[in-house]
Design a protein around this ligand. Structure first.
Ligand code: CP
Ligand code: NVA
Length: 309
């Protein structure tokens, strides 16, 4: 049997595919809230490789599989030795003999690409140094749920030009959003990511702008988004980053530059008091915990599509 597909980056997905998953996530969420899901993945199994820690990704995938009648197996950073104890290709070949799908959280994006190339079952990227597509799809779902539309929505991302903003750029630009990215000098999103996002935006009617002024980024925004200043794997840079990033903190003064109705988002985990204040994270504009819940609903849509017979 040939696999239906992999999910490594939102850059690989068509707008049609994204909307199909968003609509399925909405339906699965409603069905679950109404009492439970149909066992669309009865007897199916998902292997979950983690090279880094996780709360949301691990638990939301595991619960998602359970809701759909399947099972998930957690493989900790100490167990597999991806690319060390055993080559990435061999891990992919072996796991695919036991499992119906693989989800992997890795350091090097090339490792999820390599897993997908050698696994005969679907591979889902649960975060790499380049992208966090499950988070990105969830964020689109949350914005759609809260604001009722995606096309024409202005999303301001303020902070580090990292994996999370890359996924927002790829996904948002495919669906006609206006994205402004405010970062310190030297911490911009990578030029090739911006170039691709510009191309997708030109096709969808969206726009992409970048700035080093956080207030300019947030001006008139419908969505204000931030993430940690130091991502997993960058810990040695933490002291230097703490010197550079404070003007990019999402606080009451900064969000006042956005629309009064703007929602505030963060993929979590948050370093409260650094990139976001308690006042904003726990304030009336915050949708942080609906966003965290939605990881489960968005991923169930991906799983139900890719792993079903
Ligand atoms: N947002 C997110 O991916 O959280 P975890 O690192 O806890 O999985
Ligand atoms: N940018 C963060 C996201 C964590 C979910 C990291 O990579 O650590």
């Amino acid at each position: 049997m040939t696999k239906k597909g992999d999910f490594l980056s939102l850059a690989d997905c068509s707008a049609r595919q994204l909307w199909a998953w968003l609509e399925l996530a909405r339906d699965l969420k409603a069905e679950w809230k109404a009492g439970g899901n149909k066992p669309l993945l009865k007897g199916k199994t998902l292997g979950m490789i983690f090279q880094k820690p996780s709360l949301r990704t691990r638990v939301s995938f595991e619960m998602g599989m359970l809701h759909l009648g399947g099972n998930a197996l957690y493989l900790s950073p100490n167990e597999i030795g991806l690319g060390g104890r055993e080559s990435v290709a061999d891990v992919a070949r072996v796991l695919a003999r036991y499992m119906d799908g693989i989800m992997a959280r890795v350091f090097a994006h090339d490792h999820v690409v390599e897993l997908a190339r050698h696994a005969r079952v679907p591979v889902i990227n649960g975060l790499s140094d380049l992208t966090h597509p499950c988070q990105g799809l969830t964020d689109l779902f949350t914005i759609w749920e809260k604001l009722g539309r995606l096309s024409g929505v202005k999303l301001a991302y303020v902070g580090d030009g990292n994996n999370v903003v890359n996924s927002l750029l790829f996904g948002g630009s495919k669906l006609g959003m206006h994205i402004s990215v405010g970062t310190p000098v030297g911490y911009e999103a990578k030029p090739f990511v911006l170039q691709q996002a510009h191309k997708f935006a030109a096709e969808s009617g969206g726009t992409i702008v970048t700035t080093h002024d956080p207030h300019a980024a947030v001006a008139d925004a419908d969505v204000i988004y931030t993430d940690v200043w130091t991502s997993m794997g960058q810990e040695t840079e933490k002291a230097q980053r703490l010197l550079v990033f404070p003007p990019f903190q999402i606080n009451a003064q900064l969000i006042a530059s956005g629309k009064a109705t703007a929602i505030v988002m963060h993929c979590l985990p948050a370093h409260r008091g650094e990139e976001i204040t308690d006042e904003v994270a726990d304030g009336p504009q915050s949708v942080l915990f609906d966003q965290a819940e939605n990881r489960m609903h968005a991923q169930k849509a991906i799983l139900a599509d890719l792993l079903a017979d």
